[in-house]
Design a protein around this ligand. Structure first.
Ligand code: HEC
Length: 142
């Protein structure tokens, strides 16, 4: 009986470890960014590593991608009319784990609204071919 319990314990530990590893994959920031915290990798596609984020990017001072800006409000209007207001953090990055990015959402930064092309089916703003500063301008304030 004792031996049986010990085996059960080992089995439990094994599953606990597998569970932790599995959860680790999508770990990262949750909720919305705000001006009181800092993050990393400005200009990179956050969603590439943080699969739990729905929209994420970096906001810059100008179209050529000068420096990043903290405390900027990014307003996203989804196709069903839901509006999300996300504040860029101390590193100029903004992110949220909420929302439903689909073709045609719009983004407003300081009164400037940009409509996404219909093929924008995710919210990784800095993804290659999106607002990466080469094919399309960075997200910026002017
Ligand atoms: C190359 C992979 C990679 C990229 C790209 C990346 N991150 Fe991370 N990030 C990580 C790892 C690894 C950690 C530390 C472990 C964790 O908390 O997930 C982390 C941690 C964080 C944390 C702290 C999470 C916490 O709960 O304390 C924040 C906030 C964050 N990242 C935001 C961002 C933002 C915003 C971007 C895009 C501008 C981004 N990351 C891009 C890999 C990445």
């Amino acid at each position: 009986m004792k031996r049986y319990l010990k085996q059960l314990g080992v089995l439990f530990l094994l599953f606990a470890c597998i569970g932790l590893v599995a959860c680790g994959e999508d770990e990262g920031p949750g909720g919305d960014s705000n001006g009181n915290s800092y993050s990393h990798n400005p200009g990179r596609n956050c969603i590439e590593c943080h699969g739990n984020l729905k929209y994420a990017g970096t906001v810059y001072t100008d179209i050529s991608g000068g420096s990043t800006i903290a405390g900027e409000i990014i307003v996203i209007t989804e196709t069903d009319g839901s509006v999300r207001r996300i504040e860029s953090d101390g590193s100029g990055n903004f992110y949220t784990s909420n929302g439903n990015p689909g073709g045609g959402y719009t983004v407003t930064v300081e009164g400037n609204t940009v409509g996404m092309v219909a093929s924008a089916t995710n919210g990784g703003c800095s993804a290659g071919g999106c607002h990466d500063g080469s094919s399309t301008a960075r997200v910026y304030v002017n």
